[in-house]
Design a binder for this molecule. Sequence first.
Ligand code: PGA
Length: 252
Amino acid sequence: MKKPLVIANWKMNLDLKDRLQLAQKYHTELGRLKKVEVVICPSFLSLVSVGQAVKASNLKIGAQDVFWEETGAYTGEESPELLRDLDCQYVILGHSERRQHLGETNEMVNKKAIACLDNDLTPIICVGETLADRQLNETYNVVFSQLDQALANLDMVNTDQLVIAYEPVWAIGTGQVANPDLVEPVLELIEQVLVDHFPLTIVKNNVRLVYGGSVDAENVGQFSQLDLVNGFLVGGASLDIAEFKKIVKQLY
Ligand code: PGA
């Protein structure tokens, strides 16, 4: 069994002071944990302060986005090198909120994923269908093409790591909890796409699948029982340290 991974996606929540305080609480409550890998993803603006707050701990830091170029005239963007310099180890890519509000495409996710691996950052590639997709029986087609395109020309070597987050869009931030029976076949499809792209040993040893969408302390157990789930991408519940700790504790 791979070490469980729990990613706290703080999104654009909290002010600077509250983010720092929350990071300090993470440090106190979860900083020594070894059995579960916990990654905090604050917005760009708080990467430095949160990174410093959890520096002497086992907690890891991730960004919520990155650009694919190294440097230059790209107003509003940040480079993979810069994230590495800040001791970031992970980057969330293709989150449904970015796909929906900022026009992030599969092609962009692909370029970002390649740039991440080139810079020793682990991409967390998010895929998932909308409610309309599901009602039209398009779930598998949508998830397949999101992932297939995101992984195009992505070469993974032994030292590279990759995370795929399956998040049904209709379950994100809605409190609508997916039935694990619906989740399992999508994870199987994801694994198949991975096997089509990478050698089996890489898929087995270097890729983790996580689930996300209104995950909380009450429902996490249903999903952690699924064989293919190696962890979780948690939004709302990651803003409350007590709730988040309860989620993490159920994984070891
Ligand atoms: P949620 O968010 O846990 O609030 O549904 C998950 C996510 O967007 O990654």
